[in-house]
Design a protein around this ligand. Structure first.
Ligand code: Z5A
Length: 231
């Protein structure tokens, strides 16, 4: 969907954002069900003709797919700082190549994981200095922040239990203490920024979680997109 410069500027003045689109991110510990839910949501948005982009971090671009392979390969040796920088390299490319252009076209952009994952996993999980993470998050995204972040919350044991025993990738195979720190990290982010976050109880049945997700999107963005039939 092409958007003229004049209409973009008009939308910007009205919304106060630097782009006419809407940026929403999904977060959560392992096995929370984000990927499953976003697929269900995408078919509905498609059916309603809502201009949207569903993407994921890491791995949203061709370069990101290569970085993702390195990051998640089981048994690979990646130091905490190298890991942090690889996630940021993926994100810099992702924002530049995919996310920002889609926002400039007025799309509803839904990204499965973003900067909060880095705070939760590399910050709370690995213990890297939060100031370094905040600075790198800001550089890699050119300051682009999500308007709304939906946290799919569940206990680490429950999420990991949904994956096959021992986990598939390098991060899933971390000790349970690491996963506890990640989950608690997310919960403290919600406390710090209650207006940006919405929390879904990810232990509910698939259909109930999907309904919660749609309801939140409908309530927040029906003034921008034709979402009346989303539920
Ligand atoms: N990471 C990081 O460290 N730093 C960063 O900055 C970023 C990421 C951006 C990305 O891997 C990894 O990188 C991730 C964080 C880290 N950690 N790991 N590993 P990914 O993209 O492959 O993984 P993920 O986002 O964590 O996906 P996931 O763990 O597979 O979770 P999910 O997408 O939330 O869940 P799902 O695949 O939709 O569902 C998992 C299973 O549960 C599946 O069998 C479903 O059928 C089942 N499921 C889903 N919902 C339900 C309900 N409601 N009830 C019962 N069963 C369910």
């Amino acid at each position: 969907m092409a958007t003229s410069k004049a209409s973009t500027e008009a939308t910007n003045k009205k919304s106060g954002r630097a782009y006419p689109g809407t940026f929403l991110t999904l977060e959560g510990p392992e096995g929370a069900g984000k990927t499953t839910q976003v697929k269900l949501l995408s078919s509905k948005l498609e059916a309603l003709g809502i201009p949207h982009l569903i993407t994921r971090d890491p791995g949203g671009t061709p370069l990101g797919k290569q970085i993702r392979r390195i990051l998640l390969a089981p048994g690979g040796s990646v130091s905490p700082m190298a890991e942090l920088l690889l996630y940021q390299a993926d994100r810099a490319q992702h924002v530049h190549e995919l996310i920002m252009p889609a926002l400039m076209e007025g799309k509803l952009v839904i990204c499965d994981r973003y900067t909060d994952s880095t705070i939760a996993y590399q910050g709370f999980g690995r213990g890297i200095d939060m100031k370094i993470i905040a600075e790198l998050n800001n550089i890699s995204t050119q300051g682009l922040k999500p308007e709304l972040t939906i946290l799919f919350d569940l206990e680490s044991e429950k999420g990991l239990g949904r994956l096959h025993p021992g986990g598939h990738d390098r991060l899933e195979r971390e000790a349970i203490e690491f996963h506890h720190k990640v989950r608690n990290g997310y919960l403290s982010l919600v406390q710090e920024e209650p207006k940006r976050f919405a929390v879904i109880d990810a232990t509910k049945a698939l259909s109930a979680v999907q309904e919660d997700l749609r309801r939140i999107i409908l309530e927040r963005f029906s003034d921008r997109y034709q979402l009346a039939s989303l539920l």
